[in-house]
Design a protein around this ligand. Structure first.
Ligand code: IPE
Length: 254
């Protein structure tokens, strides 16, 4: 079977993160073009929420757990990010990619903020038929908290483990993990301790770059490397060539 490629588009790449669900359709169109010319890949796409979901999740304090007053936040957060999902799927389909949207709220259950159950067998079937499943960070029901936000990064690590994805990439609006303005080419658990990685400046309920690295280090522990790179290098990542970003790997890895 061909290699599965799991690619996450950060929310800040496809929305204007300082606005209210401001979808960057031009950027989506460009990305769709890059994916359309590489249609043979066994690809799973995951995207973040950016300004379509983070503001709602924060406003309704979803990550504090559900109480009677913030229950409507489940609907509003899910609806906002689903709107973005529809735009991503539309852009891909317009470019000729056989994409279909998948909503984690429908098929996942969390426990204290972490995915406890998550059905992926149908996703494997889709890949086998050349369908590109498009998932997204979402609000998910949680057996302890009522509900929580599961980030696209958490989904990526889970998909990579379940599907045996051997190429994992996260396209962001920065060149990689930065230290004093320069890209750190490789990080592992030892290196990350010596770095000072900033949080996100916008309304990010899932921890920005720090949250992302925590997820990817756990994936590296399981033996799966991942790549963080600037969105303009998406073609290079998909082609397996140098993208100038950061590789997250296991201690003592390459
Ligand atoms: C957040 O997902 C999901 C919601 C707030 C509904 P991510 O944490 O993956 O989103 P980005 O990439 O930071 O925008």
């Amino acid at each position: 079977m061909t290699e599965t490629v799991i690619l996450k588009l950060g929310g800040s790449v496809i929305t204007d993160k300082s606005g209210e669900c401001a979808i960057d359709h031009a950027r989506l169109h460009e990305i769709a073009g890059q994916l359309a010319v590489r249609r043979g890949l066994g690809l799973v796409l995951v995207h973040g929420a950016g300004s379509c979901g983070h503001p709602e999740a924060r406003r309704y304090r979803i990550n504090d757990g559900l109480a009677s007053e913030n229950v409507p936040g489940v609907y509003h957060t899910h609806t906002a990010v689903s709107r973005l999902n529809a735009a991503v799927v539309d852009a891909l389909r317009d470019a000729g990619v056989e994409a279909i949207g998948i909503h984690p709220l429908d098929l996942a259950l969390a426990e204290d903020g972490r995915l406890a159950s998550f059905e992926t067998r149908h996703i494997a079937e889709m890949i086998g038929h050349g369908i590109v499943p498009v998932l997204h960070g979402d609000v998910v029901m949680d057996r302890l908290k009522g509900a929580c936000i599961v980030s696209g990064d958490q989904l990526v690590t889970r998909l990579a483990a379940d599907l045996g994805g051997r190429r994992v990439g996260l396209a962001t609006d920065v060149a990689g993990v930065l230290q004093n303005g320069a890209v750190v080419p490789r990080i592992d658990r030892d290196i990350v301790r010596r770095l000072d990685i900033g949080g996100s400046t916008n309304t990010d309920v899932t921890g920005g770059m720090q949250g992302k690295i925590a997820e990817l280090l756990a994936l590296a522990d399981a033996g799966i490397d991942s790549h963080i790179f600037h969105i303009s290098k998406i073609g290079r990542f998909l082609d397996g060539t140098e993208h100038g970003g950061t590789v997250v790997t296991r201690r003592g890895g390459p």
